[in-house]
Write a protein that binds this ligand. Sequence first.
Ligand code: SF4
Length: 345
Amino acid sequence: MSKSLRWTREQTQALFEQPLLELLFSAQQIHRQHFDSRQIQVSTLLSIKTGSCPEDCKYCPQSARYKTGLAAEPLMEVELVLASARQAKAAGSSRFCMGAAWKNPQDRDLPYLEQMVAGVKALGMESCMTLGSLTDRQAQRLADAGLDYYNHNLDTSPEYYNKIITTRSYQERLDTLDKVRQAGIKVCSGGIVGLGESVTDRAELLMQLANLPAPPESVPINMLVKVAGTPLEHTEDVDPFDFIRTIAVARIMMPTSYVRLSAGREKMSEQTQAMCFMAGANSIFYGCKLLTTPNPAQNSDLKLFKKLGLNPENSVIEQTGSELVAQVNKQMLEADTELFYNAGR
Ligand code: SF4
């Protein structure tokens, strides 16, 4: 579909209704037209300010409204953030994403955020931040500091959105994406499957993303991580095939975007993850705490990559023989600090 054409509801619904294997075949063909099917972009996500968020996102343990036992932490010191970025780079990550549980950053935070971005860039990594809503000026300052990507998810369809979040409007989210785009920062925006939404809501979410003035360069598709104490704690599980289908439709509708397997991956079998890659997912998070929910140990990711013949994109592991894999595995197993999640222990 050309950029000037917009996806219609009927077209999107028709993709969701295709027989799964037909859909996977189409998605894989489109994927191979735009990407090397053996390359997976690997990002590491660090929570640089945890908890006490004033928003009411019903899935989120970081909201101050829910009793999840999460210990709130203030904005991390710049040097600690950069130490974590160095570890992520050593473990094969090419992008370092920094997330803060804020409605929006205050101007007083900007000098520290700018230093973090500049420090990550100096390591030769791509930088990404997710900080909530931004003003035009804040977006421009982050762009000037060298920020490559800004993450701000739409989460779900406009119709279902109010059942999940009431403290920030859908339009505010679209406005933030527009400010980020205007500042020249690449957009990372996606959503969550498993909020209790219908298939129509999933279709509407993907339509919103694909019909933005330019589709996001990066589209994270999350599976809900049900956290005790949040209102969505007891939501019904999603059939993995429905999740895979959502990935495939995202790939077809946004052929040049990186589609990222994000939160919820630790609960997925290797086979489900493999089918997600078949469906066109070509980016994952690994390593540091995935904000506040567990992420599979990095070495299990590398093992899966090896089984599937996949390589992390633009990283040291790309040139691997088994010796380098072993060395990187060792680095990852040793990289167990309070900042760096190691589920292998
Ligand atoms: S998802 Fe983000 S904005 Fe919503 S409560 Fe969690 S940290 Fe706050």
